[in-house]
Ligand binder design. Structure first.
Ligand code: HEM
Length: 402
């Protein structure tokens, strides 16, 4: 298996470091953790950031009020250059307290455990329908584009009540917005398309509310502006499909390397919960989603960080910290504390969709194990190409057969 993208090396480190294989994190993380240092490194896309790798320090960084998520700050670090049009604090991801606290409360009501339990039948139906379509005509097929992406997009699309025929165009534009291979102009074009689409979509919800997430959030606070709702809808659509789809694909790739755990999902479906938590700890698709910028002078791991400096707490490095997880490089669903992972972040921006994502992953892996017990890669493992260096770590394609 190969990775493609931004690379660093111990001799001339730039961040993000590259992965040599989808399952092995960059060696530099282990080195920094062992040396107990928090260095300031040049970012491949420009600027510099302090890199935090030890579990306790990553948790501290993500919960500390001295660190801001405000993307308007020119030093806000990013794995790819962020066009000016995206440097806004309109999305809740980019808000700080007290604005973030109030906004999050409004949205959180849509993701309570009770609500997510209530989504189980709907998600199961979508998993079954998409799996029916996937197996029709037989393999080999690409699990990413033919199953994981359309399924996760359909789930969040239904919850937001986005018309199904529009999902394809929205997917293309969302991809375009974060595609570091495209020019800033092309990415701006994608952002403009999404803004216009969602302005019309949200305006229609103000006029004729339905029984959907967006309408209910507006009803909870009619004073929310159209712009705030547009940013939120965009965030939910994007956050709601991309990382989950990547977890489905890389999770399947991991399970195919550990067939005993894949078979156990069929014979003992109650093992799914532990398998999902361990996959989240092990795979780390959103390592680069938790950038911060120092709002005050502060000290992390002995390093003096000045107000205005970029900081990158690495949740992936934390998830492989041997002080918290025994034999962290091994995939062991039976490990006692796998749920302590930081794959959904930590602190005030902890992923709002975590329980929905867990539900999707549990239903998908068990359905695949039950219906396609002979599932296997249709290419040699070394031909699976994984795209590194963007916000979400993902396989370009995962050709499988069964
Ligand atoms: C396996 C799948 C997922 C992973 C690994 C993931 C990961 C993350 C991470 C690491 C953060 C924190 C970012 C930060 O600290 O700056 C986050 C935030 C967020 N995620 Fe997820 N996510 C997933 C699925 C979802 C889903 C399904 C939804 C929605 C339907 C969602 C919605 C959000 C939202 C709204 C936030 C912002 C929370 C805030 O700013 O308070 N995510 N996610």
């Amino acid at each position: 298996m190969t990775t493609d993208g931004v690379n660093g090396s111990v001799d001339s480190p730039t961040f993000p470091f590259g992965r040599r294989c989808p399952f092995d994190l960059p060696e530099e993380y282990a080195k920094l953790r062992e040396e107990q240092v928090v260095p300031q490194l040049p970012m491949a896309a420009g600027g510099r950031a302090w890199i935090v790798t030890r579990y306790e320090e990553v948790r501290f960084a993500l919960s500390d009020l001295g660190l801001s998520s405000d993307r308007r700050n020119a030093n806000y670090p990013s794995p790819i250059a962020i066009p000016a049009a995206m440097r806004t604090n309109g999305s809740m991801l980019s808000m700080d307290p007290p604005e973030h606290t109030a906004f999050r409360k409004l949205v959180k009501a849509e993701f309570t455990l009770q609500r997510v339990h209530g989504m189980q039948q709907q998600v199961q139906r979508l998993v079954d329908e998409h799996l029916d379509r996937f197996v029709e005509g037989g393999g080999p097929k690409d699990l990413v584009s033919r199953f994981a992406m359309p399924l996760t997009l359909a789930v969040i699309g239904e919850l937001l009540a986005v018309p199904e025929p529009d999902l394809g165009r929205l997917y293309d534009a969302t991809r375009g917005m974060f595609d570091y291979a495209r020019t800033p102009e092309e990415r701006k074009e994608a952002i403009d398309f999404l803004d216009t689409y969602f302005e019309e979509f949200v305006a229609a919800k103000y006029e004729a509310p339905g029984d959907d997430m967006v309408s209910r959030i507006i009803a909870r606070n009619p004073d929310l502006t159209l712009t705030e709702m547009v940013h939120l809808t965009r965030l939910l659509l994007n956050g709601g499909h991309d990382s989950t789809a990547s977890m489905i694909s890389l999770g399947v790739l991991t399970l195919l390397q550990h067939p005993q755990h894949f078979a156990a999902l069929r014979d003992a479906p109650e093992s799914a919960e532990a398998v999902v938590e361990e996959l989240l700890r092990y795979v780390n698709v959103t390592d680069l989603a938790t950038a911060r910028v120092a709002a005050t002078d502060l000290v992390i791991g002995g390093s003096r960080i000045a107000a205005g400096d970029g900081v990158y707490p690495s949740t992936a490095a934390a998830n492989r910290d041997p002080e918290v997880f025994e034999a962290p490089e091994e995939f062991r669903p039976e490990r006692p504390r796998n749920h302590k992972h930081l794959a959904f972040g930590f602190g005030r921006h902890l992923c709002l969709g975590a329980d929905l994502a867990r539900l999707e992953l549990r239903l998908v892996y068990t359905a695949l194990a039950r219906r396609l017990p002979a599932l296997r890669l249709a290419v040699p493992p070394e031909e699976v190409q994984v795209l590194d260096g963007g916000f979400v770590y993902r396989p370009a394609a995962l050709p499988v057969t069964w």
